[in-house]
Design a binder for this molecule. Structure first.
Ligand SMILES: [Fe+2]
Length: 370
């Protein structure tokens, strides 16, 4: 039997944490104890661990000081996931510094590398018949690793992902896929994300642990497999995020494997914005199983909710968009998300008007309408 813990997003470089990461009690004892009981902990190291230039600590560019490794050690983080949209914020040097720091400290890592072969690195554990893990990030081209280009495997490369899953399953009982994807500030996945993650399960992955939205999202039991759509923030706090609801809360999870099955449990967390610390708390209402039937009812409300958050984020960076017409927003969505996702969002907003979501779970409806 072996237990693996997983964290949400960890960024120390924002103005709120660039000093606060030095606090020995940054994480409360409940968080540390929960992860200490795991044999392995996969920390989502969202920003490169480097002093290289580039990670300004603003809203869109980040670097964790290498010294902040002491706080990752508090989390018992002996495996780092590096597949993140901020992986390239400090260029190739940021990637190589992070990997060098991990390796100098005996920490295993996956998710980013100096070329595509290294980006697809697998971490294998011997326990429970063998467990293989790797990480992928969402679809932006600048993150994509190439033959001689540092970066990550992106989730629009299904054949590469399938090949890695199959390689893992050739000699391991289990495959865990860590995905840094979905939409920032969304409360639940869009249908295309759900379809994609289900496809990864069909390829042979046994569990999917995802993050990136900076919000806690629902999970889904699919047969005897689990998808966690977003663990939210563990440590990440910027003015940009403070404009959005539920960016303080997150969850840690643990998966416990034997050769026959795996089970899971969770521990809720919250960023204390007064003290600049992270404390234990109950997860938000959305952290629940949403299966096919509930999802079909709810997703238009989720899409409507997401469009509201996306408009806030877009106007933060481009104030002139506050005056956009509905047509201009559609054009904006097409240029940012691509035609297929933009059309899915539009479809969701049209279905939202039909109101079928009113018959969905009341607590979830209230949460998404907040
Ligand atoms: Fe992210």
């Amino acid at each position: 039997m072996v237990t693996i813990g997983f964290t949400g997003d960890i960024i120390f470089s924002s103005k709120y944490f660039k000093e606060s990461w030095q606090k020995e009690d940054l994480f409360d004892q409940g968080i540390k104890d929960y992860l200490k009981e795991a044999d392995y902990v996969v920390a989502n190291v969202e920003a490169p661990m480097t002093s290289a230039a580039g990670g300004s600590g603003g809203s869109i560019s980040h670097a964790n000081p290498p010294e902040s490794i002491v706080r990752l050690n508090d989390l018992n983080a002996n495996i780092w996931n590096l597949a993140n949209n901020h992986a390239m914020d400090c260029g190739p040097e940021g990637v190589s510094d992070t990997i060098a720091l991990a390796e100098a400290n005996g920490i295993r890592h996956f998710g980013a590398g100096m070329n595509e072969e290294h980006a697809g690195r697998i971490v294998e554990l011997d326990e429970a018949g063998g467990i293989g893990m790797f990480g992928v990030v969402y679809y932006k081209d600048f993150l994509k690793a190439g033959v001689d280009k540092p970066g990550c495997i992106t989730y629009d490369e299904p054949e590469k992902i399938r090949a890695i899953i199959e390689k893992i399953k050739e000699k391991n009982r289990w495959c865990v896929l860590v995905v840094h994807g979905g939409e920032e500030f969304a409360s639940m996945p869009l249908p295309y994300v759900r379809r994609l993650y289900h496809k990864f399960l069909e390829y042979g992955a046994d569990a999917i642990v995802s993050h990136h939205s900076h919000t806690l999202q629902n999970y889904e039991k699919v047969g005897d497999k689990m998808i966690f759509y977003s663990l939210g923030n563990l440590v990440c706090d910027t003015d940009y995020q403070r404009l959005q609801k539920h960016t303080q809360e997150g969850a840690l999870i643990r998966l416990t494997f034997d050769e026959e099955k795996y089970t899971w449990d969770y521990h809720g967390t919250k960023i204390d914005r007064q003290e600049h610390k992270v404390v234990s708390c109950e997860p938000t209402a959305i952290f629940t199983n949403i299966g096919e039937e509930q999802f079909r009812k709810l997703w238009p409300l989720g899409a409507w909710n997401y469009c509201k958050t996306d408009r806030i984020a877009s106007i933060y960076f481009n104030p002139h968009k506050a005056d956009f017409t509905a047509l201009q927003w559609i054009q904006n969505d097409i240029s940012w998300f691509g035609k297929n996702i933009a059309m899915e969002l539009l479809r969701g907003r049209l279905l939202y008007r039909l109101g079928l979501w009113r018959s969905a779970d009341k607590k979830l409806v209230e949460y998404l309408l907040e």
